[in-house]
Design a protein around this ligand. Structure first.
Ligand SMILES: NC(=O)c1ccc[n+]([C@@H]2O[C@H](COP(=O)([O-])OP(=O)(O)OC[C@H]3O[C@@H](n4cnc5c(N)ncnc54)[C@H](OP(=O)(O)O)[C@@H]3O)[C@@H](O)[C@H]2O)c1
Length: 297
């Protein structure tokens, strides 16, 4: 039985990574890196870092997440979202490390109309979605003791994201328009990090064996789903500093009203039953988590 886990976390200043570092540190010996200390596009250094660290568990929360910018930087997005995770999976396999990787609901085209299952056919609409899908497949192809967790609409109260944008708009605009036709499951990074840490705790006696036994792709997102309009409405309602708001009117809009360089799926909620039935865990309802997140601000 292992007494102290050595964990290598990549992307620790991102939304999810920041929460993961705080949640995983008590589990053992934490080694956490982000850009520029490690550049995922520098494959030689990435391999070396993993070889030097010899982690029991490698966790990758780093990614090229600028969905619109990726349309102009497909090679960079591919290097971070596809090639780097493939290298991580290879090094994890050679080293006998368990590997946790994250992917996105944007691998789907959003046309199914009901929440997506893990084995539904992906059809990404954007460079970001395509490079993340290729990353999932690359990790799967290498194999080993890996779990890929597909999640959706990640937010935190720290970095730039939909929640922080809505709070900013509500303080600067009397009228706010939000789209009703983009629907998915908002996922609080802190809750996702919490369940990720529970997985590591479940496998802590022999991470390689436990992760090998459970390896594969799982959907893991906030329970329930909503439109960006409903999500924004709740953010405005739960804002702990309502006195700073000048917004008086929230109007429904459609994606066609806000053309963006990258196309986004319209309905990309994820069905997380497979994760629940396998591990007996699920993320809280999105409204409950949002309330907790706003109270923690
Ligand atoms: N955000 C969402 O709505 C969403 C939805 C579904 C799935 N996901 C997935 O969930 C995971 C976590 O997302 P997140 O929202 O926490 O992302 P995030 O806040 O954008 O964090 C990503 C981290 O990766 C780092 N990074 C980018 N390029 C790098 C490079 N070349 N070398 C090293 N580090 C680099 C970033 O550093 P810099 O800040 O310096 O760039 C950042 O710290 C990702 O796999 C993402 O694809 C996210």
């Amino acid at each position: 039985m292992k007494h102290s886990l050595r964990i290598l976390l990549l992307g620790n200043t991102g939304q999810l990574g920041w929460e993961l570092e705080r949640t995983l540190t008590p589990l053992g010996e934490m080694h956490a890196y982000d850009y520029p200390a490690i550049d995922l596009g520098d494959y030689k250094s990435l391999r070396q870092l993993i070889m030097d660290c010899q982690p029991d568990v490698l966790v990758n929360s780093a990614a090229y997440t600028a969905v619109d910018r990726a349309e102009d930087e497909p090679e960079l997005a591919k290097s971070i979202n596809t090639l780097a995770p493939a290298i991580m999976a290879e090094e994890a396999l050679h080293n006998g490390s368990a590997f946790i990787h994250f992917s996105t609901d944007y691998v789907f085209d959003g046309l199914k109309g009901t929440p997506y299952l893990e084995n539904d056919l992906p059809n990404p609409l954007s460079v970001y979605g395509s490079t993340k899908l290729a990353g999932e497949l690359a990790v799967q192809q290498v194999g080993g003791a890996y779990l890929t967790l597909r999640t959706s609409w990640v937010y935190s109260l720290r970095r730039d994201n939909f929640v922080s944008k809505v709070l900013g708009w509500a303080r600067s605009q009397p009228t706010l328009k939000l789209v009703t036709d983009q629907i998915s499951g908002p996922t609080w990074a802190r809750k996702l990090a919490g369940v990720t840490s529970q997985l590591i705790i479940l496998g802590r006696n022999d991470p390689n064996a436990w992760f090998s036994e459970h390896c594969g792709l799982y959907n893991l997102a906030g329970s329930g789903y909503c439109s960006r309009f409903e999500w924004g409405q709740q953010v405005i309602k739960l804002d702990p500093h309502k006195e700073q708001q000048i917004v008086r009117e929230l109007l429904p809009a459609t994606s066609a009203d806000f053309p963006t360089p990258a196309r986004r799926p319209l309905f990309s909620a994820l069905n997380c039953d497979h994760f629940f039935h396998t591990f007996n865990m699920q993320l809280p309802d999105w409204k409950v988590a949002l309330k907790l997140a706003m109270e923690s601000a």
